[in-house]
Unconditional design. Structure first.
Length: 246
């Protein structure tokens, strides 16, 4: 199935025509007007519809291919892959952010167990090494696509957790409901290659680039209430940070 595009071009604008086209197609993908799997008309037809040269239209399509939003398939044409999840760096949960962006978050709990705290977890949560903590491992999807593998460790007894509740609600929502007032967090963002196990869960190849994030969250009494170590598909996920001059 192909989808016609309604593109408005401002030929008096200093913004290049190819970029105007790319921006509007990206907005349609983000809004779900062009969902994953839909095919675009071929480049000759699209260029004719918009009154553009074929090289200009090809440049717009290539821009979106490079961003991972479109893919060219031999014998199929140009197809929408998915929209990118853009997340501001704030003290919020991925589940809440996806829900607010209408990305239809779903969760599969891979592990929920009480375990002895290893040294890095004990240091983050300010508990003795070997103390019992709750370890969660979850696979988070957005719009049916695997997006992130999330590991969280919490002090034991902080809140009543069940697999059913974790698959229906976000962890931060459950903590708030248990009167845990999260106030501040220390966070570190990085990148690394996917392991074989991670690649299988995230539908990526082994060694594919993943974004990483570790976070220790504190309540309004300064108590460490959660330590998280997560990986995200770099093809689907970005962090956005606002910078202010001092």
């Amino acid at each position: 199935m192909t989808t016609s595009l309604s593109i408005t071009l401002d030929r008096t604008s200093p913004v290049p025509l190819y970029f105007q086209v790319a921006q509007q197609i990206e907005a349609m993908i983000d809004a779900g007007t062009l969902p994953a799997g839909h095919r675009l008309d071929n480049e000759i037809q699209l260029a004719d519809q918009m009154g553009l040269s074929r090289p200009t239209l090809r440049q717009a399509i290539q821009h979106l291919v490079d961003k991972g939003l479109l893919v060219r398939k031999r014998g199929v044409g140009t197809q929408v892959v998915h929209s990118m999840v853009k997340r501001s760096v704030e003290l919020s949960s991925l589940y809440d952010d996806l829900a607010m962006a209408s990305k239809r978050p779903t969760t599969t709990v891979l592990k929920m167990a009480r375990v002895p705290a290893e040294d890095d977890v004990a240091f983050a949560l300010r508990v003795p090494p070997g103390a019992e903590v709750v370890h969660l491992q979850r696979l988070r999807c957005a719009q049916g696509e695997p997006l992130a593998i999330m590991h969280n460790w919490l002090p034991d007894g902080l809140t009543d957790l069940t697999v059913e509740r974790l698959e229906q609600r976000g962890l931060y929502e459950m903590l708030r409901a248990a009167a845990v007032h999260m106030r501040v967090a220390n966070q570190r963002i990085g990148a690394r290659a996917a392991t074989l196990a991670e690649a299988k869960l995230l539908h990526e190849r082994r060694g594919a680039p993943l974004l990483t994030m570790t976070r220790t969250t504190y309540d309004d009494n300064g108590r460490a209430v959660e330590y998280g170590s997560h990986v995200y598909r770099a093809t689907l996920y970005t962090f956005e940070i606002a910078l202010v001059e001092r």
